[in-house]
Design a protein around this ligand. Structure first.
Ligand code: FAD
Length: 389
């Protein structure tokens, strides 16, 4: 068979299937996913959908017209060379693309806590965000901050419990995360950093220090892990976190099998390390790149990573990749309504975080693409556009 099977009908899978057809592939394409829905966009789930401004975010693609066999509600269970096993029978393939994304991490023993990953999760949670409802959010990451924003807008009483010393401790140094704590306070959110959840009861959350927080609903946003358990025994190599190891053209260790999106770890020459990126832009671009790779194009996949988050009325955007040893440079002060942080190494721009400074982001992204060197004194001056030294 020369059938291409794309496993996982999220953004990466959808983009890959569409790009294969657009790229001139004539063979049968099957796009298979376990959700009961056609492919849809996730970023609005913690924004407009939760807020009640949108009910569905289905991608505007006519699959039948494209000649892609979309199969929903069907789960991949195992993989062997040439055959995909699913909960509804076997599917032979010539080439296969793994795009099963990531699944949110749950708190052990907290069965009644809500997770936010699917449109069904978002619609179920939205029905519970009533005025006066006491909502405890576990994790002050991107999703936690966005959910807190919406819950406050809907009149809920919101407490955010974060184990780290500041918001987004995994992705941002404490100096930068600390600048975000005021946003929670101003929004009327009770942010408790350095607080660890011991247990979740029917009407409360118990913290490790003995504090009891009354909770009508508990929402957990502490990260997501690659949804790759179904690949056990397949010969597809995974890293310690469960991400599919691919090369610069998104090929896995199994011939004819590629991978894209939240579930992969790819080598980034630009960043000097392997990257696992769980953001929208990467899902889109790596989905297209996997299709290009299958079609025989030689371009290595290594874009400047990018994502955004909308929280507490602010547009937060990040591009690049910083590491601990980089020099941190503020463009504006943390208390300003808008500011940018730059990470430099040997004068070269490595990453930037822009808060309500979209122009810095656009200019910074271009400088990152070129590996530009900046003059620190000039880069720190908000009045001058970001440019190379
Ligand atoms: P997914 O979207 O997870 O799609 C994978 C699909 O595969 C899913 O439908 C899954 O059910 C299915 N699947 C899993 N296992 C199997 C199996 N065994 N068999 C069949 N199907 C399977 N990124 C940003 O940059 N900015 C944002 O503001 C932003 N907001 C977000 C808000 C929310 C609430 C969420 C959840 C994510 C957000 N993201 C954001 C991240 C972004 O949405 C993801 O990076 C992107 O969806 C990843 O796409 P993907 O196709 O790799 O994986």
């Amino acid at each position: 068979t020369d059938t291409v099977v794309v496993v996982g009908a999220g953004l990466a899978g959808a983009r890959c299937a569409g790009a294969l057809r657009a790229g001139g592939l004539r063979s049968r394409i099957v796009l298979l996913g376990d959700e009961p829905h056609a492919p849809y966009d996730r970023p609005p789930l913690s924004k407009d959908v939760l807020l009640g401004k949108a009910d569905a975010t289905t991608l505007d693609i006519d699959w039948a017209h494209l000649g892609v066999d979309l199969v929903t509600g069907r789960r991949a269970t195992a993989l062997e060379p040439g055959v995909l096993h699913t909960d509804a029978g076997e599917l032979p393939y010539g080439s296969l693309v793994i795009a099963t994304g990531a699944a949110p991490v749950a708190l052990p023993g907290a069965d009644r806590a809500h997770l936010l990953r699917t449109v069904d999760d978002a619609l179920a949670l939205r029905a519970l965000l009533r005025p006066g409802a006491r909502i405890v959010l576990v994790g002050a990451g991107w999703i936690g901050a966005e959910t807190a924003t919406v819950a406050r807008a809907l009149g809920c009483e919101v407490t955010v419990v974060e184990a780290g010393p500041t918001p987004v401790p995994g992705a941002l140094p404490a100096r930068v995360g600390a600048a975000m704590t005021a946003w929670y306070r101003e929004a009327g959110v009770d942010l408790r950093c350095g607080a660890v959840v011991a247990s979740v009861g029917p009407h409360e959350v118990l913290l490790a220090d003995g504090t009891r927080l009354a909770a009508d609903e508990v929402v957990v946003g502490v990260g997501a892990r690659p949804a790759t358990g179904w690949l056990a025994g397949s010969g597809v190599a995974l890293d310690a976190a469960g991400a599919v190891l691919v090369d610069e053209r998104l090929r896995t260790s199994l011939p004819g099998v590629l991978a894209a999106g939240d579930c992969v770890s790819y080598p980034s020459a630009r960043s000097g390390t392997r990257l696992s990126v769980q953001h929208w832009d990467h899902a889109l671009q790596s989905g297209a790149a996997a299709a290009a790779s299958l079609l025989g194009l030689e371009t290595p996949y290594d874009p400047v990573p990018y994502f955004w988050s909308e929280q507490f009325g602010r547009m937060v955007q990040y591009a690049g990749r910083h590491t601990d040893g980089d020099d941190l440079l503020w463009r504006g002060a943390p208390g300003d309504p808008a500011w940018t942080v730059l990470w430099l190494r040997d004068g070269r721009l490595r990453a930037l975080l822009a808060v309500d400074r979209p122009r810095d982001l656009t200019q910074g992204r271009r400088l990152l693409e070129r590996g530009a060197v900046l003059d620190p004194a000039r880069a720190a001056d908000q009045a001058v556009p970001l440019k190379a030294a």
